[in-house]
Design a protein around this ligand. Structure first.
Ligand SMILES: [Zn+2]
Length: 795
């Protein structure tokens, strides 16, 4: 060009032959970057003809000629060049000189820029949409640290070359991607081996013509809905490392070598379609899977990383599809930071594995742990079937629950990275926003129903805490921790009678219920305030159908004593087997004299017979039905001492003993009568205001003496004129009650039973008893004062 331009140099003489200087002016030299290596230069000229321009770049001539533009090529991006132009005539005259500097920058630097260092510093490498880069040269080969997104796009960065293995997907600029972890604490920016850039709307291609595969052992690899979207999970090849020929031969008999890849691909797609919303969510793609066959004990081990392996052992051959599924879930699923490996996160993680098995039909409802298992984060099937309930069976199913919850394990999510995983994620991922503990309670009840349980017990009130279910006819003679002495609430699923006992072996005080009770701590059937809480007393239980009744006692007979008195059989007492003592009463002798006196009348070996009959008699007088008896006694201890100075015997539901004192031998004359009186105390309602309310005391003692009257046993005689006040207790009150039940113009045969029920916290709804309530339970609804006046007049 320079030579050709040189020929343009020519002279131009003035018309008059004189030598006038030729002139011209160059203006507006512009330098425009056209590419990363070229600059377009343009200029304007006015003046005499015959000019030739000479353009230099940093002093080097790049153009000579009479044109008004030039494209300078072969330049280096990032470099500043200075151009200078001058026009020259053949006469040697010259124009003005104009210069211009320009820095060459790529006008289209790329859609993203990778940087070696964080904060967009250090070496930079651009890439464009649809560019795929398989080899990262130094200094990028192990050190991409930050990313700048110039134009909207998706960036897939892989830990393997050829777009394989783990992938991180980015759509926004990020100053330091090194803080991201994907598993095993590996830092991302040290792991990226290749990447590709795609438009934001780009999607992985679908897989067509999927088919389920039948394995030779009868199992099948299914095709799950949506799995065709997960072509990125295709396994391109399956390498085999045979360390045990026998295991390998067994495997080949189930999945032949030439079928391995297609089956692994379908399993991979199935697994991912359960765990992920879309292919971009899959953090870990597998180019090759390495199968290793060993003969060591166990089933399958999974190794993630740049050399993903499934190590198969003989145990895995029994259910190959199931174990391969579990292994592939472990390869593809999200893992939390290592420091977050808690019992709960481990349980959730293994729950994902078995949930996939449920979705794939490998597990069905028969695999659900009995009653749902416990606790919810126990992992595996326990957690998986809980998740299955939330997703598919709850009153409002949460069809995206598993995918949403699994995404909370994705450390790529900036809302999650660096934060400890919290079980509140479960609350956020279910449609109703219920926290996991309440979901678990709901699920457990559902599972108990599914498994045919009739009643559920809880160790917390309001059906909280640990639980266990039992069925009609089931009995437990010993409640294990955490329920021992801590059953707090009961839920009745199917109509049942529930008997809960204060002793092991279904003995002792019994609480009976036919309905759910949210807090059994509240009911208190004990006079002793220190023992008002049932929850801490339940030691065994039994659940019966609603139609169940206590067995009757047959062949009852009167029992005679050496002093000629008789423990009689009260009508209806054969219905009260519930109160039959299970063991002979132990004897505690503090006073030998008293013991000898009693033994002479009632030998030690006869105590149980007498006590059994006295118990049944007392209950026949106090209760309409055996279920109303609130206290059973495994044994009633006989205690002989000389300290008693008030009662002949002392009875307590809590301690289940009767104390024989010297007075027992004389007071009211006869031992049988005294035993009858005291055994009424063992089984009657015992309100807490017994000793503080005169009328309550009178009723309790009056009913006890009433029992001896109706049994025609020796009893203190009726006071003259019936006594002074109806509530003087004992014989005074007892004969008054006898009048109401047996002698009044209109008799009230159920009066004493109704009165006892009025004092029973199980029936009175917390109402503090008052004598005015006697009006409710006599046949003519008379006040107790009116009845007393009528009784006195009758006398
Ligand atoms: Zn008494």
């Amino acid at each position: 060009m320079a030579l050709s331009a040189r020929r343009l140099w020519r002279g131009s003489a003035a018309s008059d032959g004189s030598s006038e200087p030729l002139t011209g002016t160059i203006a507006n030299l512009t330098a425009t970057v056209e590419s990363a290596s070229s600059v377009r230069l343009e200029w304007e000229y006015s003046g005499d003809d015959g000019v030739a321009f000479r353009l230099t770049r940093d002093g080097v001539v790049v153009y000579e000629g009479d044109g008004l533009s030039f494209v300078d090529t072969g330049l280096n991006a990032g470099t500043t060049y200075t151009y200078e132009i001058v026009g020259e005539f053949g006469t040697g005259d010259v124009t003005n000189t104009v210069s211009e500097s320009v820095t060459v920058e790529d006008p289209n630097p790329g859609d993203i820029e990778w940087y070696v260092d964080i904060d967009y510093t250090g070496a930079k490498r651009p890439a464009r949409i649809d560019e795929r880069i398989t080899v990262l040269d130094a200094p990028f080969d192990r050190g991409i640290s930050s990313l700048k997104v110039v134009n909207p796009c998706k960036i897939y960065a892989y830990t393997g070359q050829n777009f394989s293995d783990a992938v991180i997907i980015l759509t926004a600029s990020e100053k330091n991607i090194g803080h991201r972890y994907y598993y095993d604490n590996q830092i991302w920016n040290d792991a990226i081996r290749s990447y590709e850039v795609r438009p934001t709307g780009w999607k992985w291609p679908k897989v067509n013509n999927q088919v389920s595969y039948n394995l030779s052992n009868g199992e099948s690899v299914p095709v799950l809905a949506g799995s065709e979207h997960f072509s990125n999970c295709n396994v391109h090849d399956v390498a085999v490392d045979v360390r045990d020929q026998s295991t390998y031969n067994t495997f080949k008999g189930i999945i032949s070598d030439n079928r391995r890849s297609v089956i692994f691909e379908q399993l991979s797609r199935d697994v991912c379609s359960v765990l992920f919303h879309n292919p971009d969510d899959v953090p870990y793609r597998i180019h090759d899977i390495h199968l290793q066959f060993e003969n060591t004990p166990g089933t399958i081990t999974v190794v993630r990383g740049e050399y993903p392996r499934l190590i198969l052992r003989p145990g895995a051959m029994s259910a190959v599809a199931s174990y391969l599924t579990a292994g592939l879930v472990r390869l593809y699923q999200h893992y939390l930071y290592a420091y977050q490996a808690t019992n709960i996160t481990n349980g959730v993680s293994s729950g994902f594995i078995d949930y996939v098995r449920i979705e794939m039909g490998i597990y069905d409802s028969s695999d659900r742990p009995d009653g749902g298992g416990s606790p919810w984060y126990a992992g595996n099937k326990t957690t998986a079937f809980f998740f299955d309930y939330i997703q598919n069976h709850a009153p409002t199913p949460s069809p995206n629950f598993i995918k949403d919850l699994h995404a909370t394990f994705d450390v790529r999510n900036p809302d999650i990275g660096g934060k400890a995983w919290d079980k509140r994620a479960i609350q956020a991922c279910n449609e109703r926003g219920i926290d996991v503990d309440n979901l678990w309670r709901e699920y457990k009840l559902w599972a108990y129903k599914q498994d045919g349980y009739d009643v559920v017990f809880y160790n917390g009130k309001e059906y909280y805490g640990d639980s266990f279910g039992i069925r009609h006819g089931d009995a437990s003679n010993l409640i294990a921790a955490p329920f021992r002495e801590a059953v707090r609430s009961v839920r009745v699923i199917n109509p049942s009678k529930v008997y809960m006992f204060s002793q092991k072996n279904q003995a002792g005080a019994v609480m009976f219920t036919k309905k759910s009770i949210p807090d059994m701590y509240v009911p208190h059937f004990w006079r002793d305030e220190a023992w008002t809480a049932w929850a801490y007393r339940v030691m065994s239980f039994r659940v019966r159908p609603l139609s169940w009744s206590w067995p009757k006692i047959n062949n009852q007979s009167n029992i005679r004593m050496n002093d000629g008195s008789v423990t009689k059989v009260k009508g209806g007492s054969n219905l009260y087997d519930v109160v039959t003592l299970r063991a002979n009463p132990p004897v505690d002798v503090d006073d030998t004299t008293v013991h000898n006196q009693v033994k002479a009348i009632m030998a030690d070996h006869m105590l149980k017979k007498h006590f059994d009959q006295a118990s049944r008699n007392a209950c026949a007088i106090l209760h309409d039905h055996a279920d109303e008896v609130d206290a059973r006694h495994y044994t009633v201890k006989a205690w002989y001492n000389s300290n008693g100075n008030i009662g002949a015997l002392y009875a307590s539901k809590l301690h289940s003993y009767v104390a024989f004192t010297p007075n027992a031998m004389t007071y009211r004359g006869r031992l049988a009568s005294v035993i009858a009186h005291e055994f009424v105390h063992l089984y009657q309602a015992a309100p807490s205001n017994y000793s503080s309310n005169v009328s309550v005391t009178a009723v309790v003692e009056g009913i006890a003496d009433y029992a001896t009257i109706v049994m025609n046993m020796p009893v203190n005689p009726r006071p003259a004129g019936g006594g002074e006040r109806w509530n003087d207790g004992y014989a005074t009150t007892a004969y008054f009650f006898y009048y109401i039940t047996h002698q009044a113009p209109v008799k009230s045969p159920n009066f004493v039973k109704d009165l006892n029920r009025q004092l029973d916290p199980r029936y009175n709804n917390g109402r503090t008893w008052s004598a005015v309530y006697i009006t409710e339970i006599n046949a003519r609804h008379m006040s107790v004062e009116a009845l007393w006046r009528e009784y006195k007049a009758w006398l």
